[in-house]
Design a protein around this ligand. Structure first.
Ligand code: PGA
Length: 256
């Protein structure tokens, strides 16, 4: 495919970690390390209770704030939920379809599609997470799984936001310390781009930013940053440490 300039993007997915005190300490350290870090996009997705702290601490820095999940409706009697519409003006990014949501909370491709639409409609930036399980990879189903997740995920969507983020996260690599090989991720990223070209067009496929997620750390990040179709990382465990996370950001800023 034609080569285009895509701004790398690193996401820090804190999942359900950290006390408020630790969260504030981490936010301050991240601000100190990455305050004027403009070479790439950096987005921190803290647990919802620390969202206010993240917004306050990172205000007017170059670090963006995101959330880990939303409900697909704009409002309603949905105890415990938050809508994309409510987050407008407070956050920039929303992770949609993380495998932990799919596997532990039974989120279907259809629900992921509804959430993705609500995020795009609200004008926020989605990070659509997709990826195959170990069994699916071993039985040669990876491409079919990615096709199903993307095509159902994109149902009724006419256009993707320019530079939209898709996080390719093979389930078996998440939180296991067993990252996928850079070559394997590069191949999957090309598959994702081809599927986006098939569903939309080549320009869209070239503009989307594909993150790799799954046990990324400051030691292995450079191998992924070197791959031409990997435009960043969605980082779980290593995003809880300011030094590690900042090092990953630096590597992707200088990786190409
Ligand atoms: P991990 O998580 O870096 O801890 O493997 C990645 C993710 O879940 O996005």
């Amino acid at each position: 495919m034609v080569n285009v300039n895509r701004t790398p993007i690193i996401g820090g997915n804190w999942k359900m970690h950290h006390t408020r005190a630790l969260a504030r300490e981490l936010l301050s350290s991240l601000r100190a390390a990455l305050e004027e870090f403009n070479q790439i996009d950096v987005v921190i997705c803290p647990p919802a209770p620390w969202l206010g702290d993240a917004i306050d601490t990172l205000e007017s820095s170059s670090i963006l704030v995101g959330v880990q999940n939303v409900h697909s409706a704009s409002e309603g009697a949905f105890t415990g939920e938050q809508s994309a519409a409510m987050l407008v003006g407070s956050v920039d990014y929303v992770i949609v379809g993380h495998s932990e949501r799919r596997l532990m909370f039974g989120e279907t491709d259809r629900q992921v599609n509804e959430k993705l639409r609500s995020v795009i409609d609200a004008g926020l930036e989605p990070i659509l997470a997709i990826g195959e399980s170990q069994d699916e990879r071993e039985s040669g189903e990876t491409e079919n799984v990615l096709r199903r997740q993307l095509f159902t995920g994109f149902d009724s969507i006419k256009m993707l936001p320019t530079g939209m983020v898709i996080a390719y996260e093979p389930v078996w690599a998440i939180g296991t310390g067993m990252s996928a090989s850079p070559e394997m991720v590069q191949m999957a990223a090309v598959t994702v781009r081809n599927l986006v070209a098939e569903r939309f067009d080549e320009i869209t496929a070239n503009s989307i930013r594909i993150q790799y997620g799954g046990s990324v750390n400051s030691t292995n990040a450079s191998e992924f940053a070197e791959q031409p179709d990997i435009d960043g990382a969605l980082v779980g465990g290593a995003s809880l440490n300011a030094d590690d996370f900042s090092a990953i950001c630096e590597i992707f800023a200088h990786g190409r």
